[in-house]
Design a protein around this ligand. Structure first.
Ligand SMILES: O=c1ccn([C@@H]2O[C@H](COP(=O)(O)O)[C@@H](O)[C@H]2O)c(=O)[nH]1
Length: 230
């Protein structure tokens, strides 16, 4: 996978989203993340529309259900020609393997969310009553994903070196929770700047609000891309 900036298309509606995309030069190759906000409103026709415009698509549905349901859902998504799809690693070994089986015959890579980047150590210990230190919990889920056929994980950039060591250099680490120095952190807890993510070995960064809520969105993308690829 090329080192990529993936833009999270978290917009109120498709009008805002298309206006955003129209700021980019026509030949600009973009990797776009469609999450629950847009998918729940517009579903597969929206995914198809963006694929037809030539964009690469990360479908961030974070599937988490019994293995049979996840497998059958993945069989459907396998026909959509998207590049990346997410499930939750905490769905367990059988669910992860079922998702991979559902995607077989497609080129869609399967990524498993470890610990959401909006959860820090306090939330993990106090709210979820997980007794492991966050980094060990993330690594454990990453190993579970690796051993059951996922192509990579979603984690914070801070955990990438540990994940790669516990799995393989080729196991993809796609990292949201990216905040350039001047950006507001908001609801994210485990954050890194684009250049930190690069140094820590992320394969791709996912960036939403620091781009989509910037005054000059295109310029924000260009600056993040520059910092990331330095
Ligand atoms: O652990 C996770 C998994 C997914 N995300 C998604 O990434 C973007 C981040 O958006 P920002 O505005 O840059 O915070 C968003 O779509 C999340 O759903 C994540 O942040 N953390």
């Amino acid at each position: 996978m090329d080192k990529l900036v993936i833009v999270a298309l978290d917009f109120a509606d498709d009008f805002e989203c298309i206006n955003f995309l129209n700021q980019f030069p026509k030949n600009q190759s973009l990797f776009l993340k469609i999450g629950l906000e847009m998918f729940c409103q517009y579903g597969y026709p929206f995914v198809k529309r963006l694929r037809e415009r030539g964009y690469n698509i990360f479908l961030d549905l974070k599937l988490h259900d019994i293995p049979n349901t996840v497998k059958r859902t993945c069989q459907m998504i396998a026909k959509w020609d998207v590049q990346l799809l997410t499930i939750h690693a905490s769905g367990g070994a059988e669910m992860i393997a079922a998702a991979k089986e559902g995607l077989s015959g497609s080129n869609t890579k399967l990524l498993a969310v470890t610990q959401l980047t909006s959860l820090g150590q306090v939330e993990l210990s106090n709210e979820l009553q997980v007794s492991l230190p966050s980094q060990d919990y993330v690594t454990r889920l990453a190993k579970l994903a690796f051993n059951n056929g996922a192509d990579g994980v979603i984690s914070s950039a801070l955990e990438v070196p540990m994940i790669k060591e516990a799995t393989s250099e080729e196991f993809l680490c796609v990292t949201p929770g990216i905040r350039p120095k001047s950006a507001q952190v908001g609801d994210q807890k485990r954050v890194a700047t684009p250049s930190q993510a690069r140094k820590l070995g992320s394969d791709a960064i996912v960036v939403g609000r620091p781009i989509t809520q910037a005054k000059d969105e295109y310029n924000a993308y260009v600056n993040i891309e520059k910092e990331w690829s330095k």
